[in-house]
Design a protein around this ligand. Structure first.
Ligand SMILES: [Zn+2]
Length: 431
């Protein structure tokens, strides 16, 4: 058992490292982009958790702290601090609902608090960035609870402009855009413009993005609010609306539609429930996904276009797949019997990615399906996910007002303002 787990956890950290290297040129800290625009009233720290413990209680200094290095594994780290495998297993069990341990990468910090009385691990914390921590706290005799802590911080607008010289991504990078943002732009506007063919040297672009800082320190989190590309042929733009989705100047969706269900014709056996009480222990354990009663071998389909970013075998989640759909959407498919895709592979909506099963800790065969928006689980059966429609009704007025505001900011860029007179292809609102 011990040896098996050792292997599993080695694979976890190694594979995580390999994944990050595969997503070439991405800034690691660039990849989480929480959004808070439409949640003005929310507190500074947002915590989703499985326990009722306080998230603000001051801590004593940790017994141990370590920064993940390349080649580290959870088992070697636990070994180093003499924390037994059974405790690692307990933490992994609590992690089943967030799967944060599977995303550990070099540079992340781990902290451990050991109970001086009994020598057992009392608390463990992962610091992914100033803005994001996950904490595991002992919760009774054997188990741990978790808290997923995201700090709101301060978001400031930043206008970036540039001219195309060489490839768009190189030019955008020179202008100061991160790789994740560049990939996002390519993804959003890829249907409207062929970045390789349609752009010429001297074409201009502008981006408004919001940048997060906490206590004056940049966290690496960013969010694009508007994009404009002035090519010789036309002007293309994208705007972030209050619903968290991107639209063109007319309010037409720029995002590919999702399908709601990853399987066809199977009933939901357990719905999304952040306050689910365990039937036996009575403990509150969030159910961050939707379970479908699929027999072994049922084909599982990706609910949207995207890229496979993770393929894992987890002692509790079983064989599972994570797909990144761009623009802050991810989906996870757990307990599979077979995985039919590999990390880095592009998949399309409706594509078969695996077969359902009962791997990990389950009572019977089923599919556990999760939708994450900004790395936070939401109810996939109800969430406002991009569908093919544009903005409707009253929303369009609000959208146009904000669009005009962002346009004014973009026009303050000298080069873009100049070309405004020459090019008159700016789409006008349909209302
Ligand atoms: Zn489930």
């Amino acid at each position: 058992m011990t040896a098996t787990l050792g292997l599993i956890t080695s694979a976890l950290v190694w594979a995580s490292d390999a994944n990050n290297r595969k997503q070439v040129e991405l800034d690691l800290e660039d990849q989480i982009t929480p959004r808070f625009t439409r949640l003005n009233a929310e507190p500074d720290v947002e915590v989703s958790k499985s326990t009722e413990q306080s998230d603000t209680s001051p801590f004593s200094p940790p017994s141990f702290e370590t920064t993940i290095q390349k080649g580290d594994t959870l088992s070697t780290i636990f070994d180093k601090f003499d924390i037994g495998y059974s405790q690692l297993l307990s933490v992994m069990e609590a992690d089943l609902n967030v799967l944060a341990l599977d995303t550990l990468k070099p540079g992340d910090t781990l902290r451990f608090w050991i109970d001086e009385g009994n020598g057992l691990l009392n608390q463990m914390e992962i610091e992914f960035s100033l803005a994001h921590k996950v904490r595991y706290e002992r919760d009774g005799d054997n188990g741990f609870g978790y808290q997923d802590i995201q700090v709101k911080g301060d978001w400031k607008q930043q206008v970036i402009k540039g001219e195309v010289h060489g490839s768009f991504s190189l030019s955008a990078n020179n202008a100061g855009l991160g790789s994740y943002q560049i990939a996002q732009i390519a993804d959003l506007l890829g249907d409207k413009i062929n970045f390789a063919r349609d752009l010429q040297a001297g074409d201009e672009f502008g981006v408004i993005q919001r940048v997060q800082s906490i206590d004056g320190k940049l966290t690496g989190n960013k969010e694009i609010e508007a994009i404009v590309i002035n090519s010789r042929r036309n002007k293309i733009s994208a705007y972030l609306h209050d619903d968290g989705q991107y639209y063109d100047a007319n309010g037409e969706s720029l995002q590919r539609a999702f399908i709601r269900n990853p399987v066809n014709g199977y009933r939901i056996t357990s719905g999304f429930n952040p306050n689910r009480k365990h039937p036996v222990t009575g403990k509150v354990t969030p159910h961050n996904g939707t379970d479908f009663g699929t027999p072994n071998g049922t084909p599982i389909n990706s609910t949207g276009d995207g890229t496979v970013v993770m393929v894992r075998d987890h002692p509790y989640a079983g064989k599972y797949i994570v797909i990144d759909h761009g623009s802050n959407y991810k989906t996870r498919y757990l307990h599979l019997s077979r995985i039919l895709v590999r990390t880095g592979q592009k998949v399309s909506r409706g594509q078969r990615i695996g077969l359902s099963g009962q791997t990990g800790r389950v009572t019977g065969p089923h599919l556990h399906f999760e939708l994450l928006v900004n790395n936070r689980p939401v109810n996939a059966m109800r969430a406002n996910i991009p569908m093919a429609d544009g903005i409707e009704g009253d929303q369009i007025k609000q959208f146009i007002a904000k669009r005009n505001e962002l346009d004014i900011m973009l026009k303050q860029l000298p080069t873009l303002a100049q070309s405004e007179g020459k090019e008159d292809n700016l789409a006008s609102p349909s209302s």
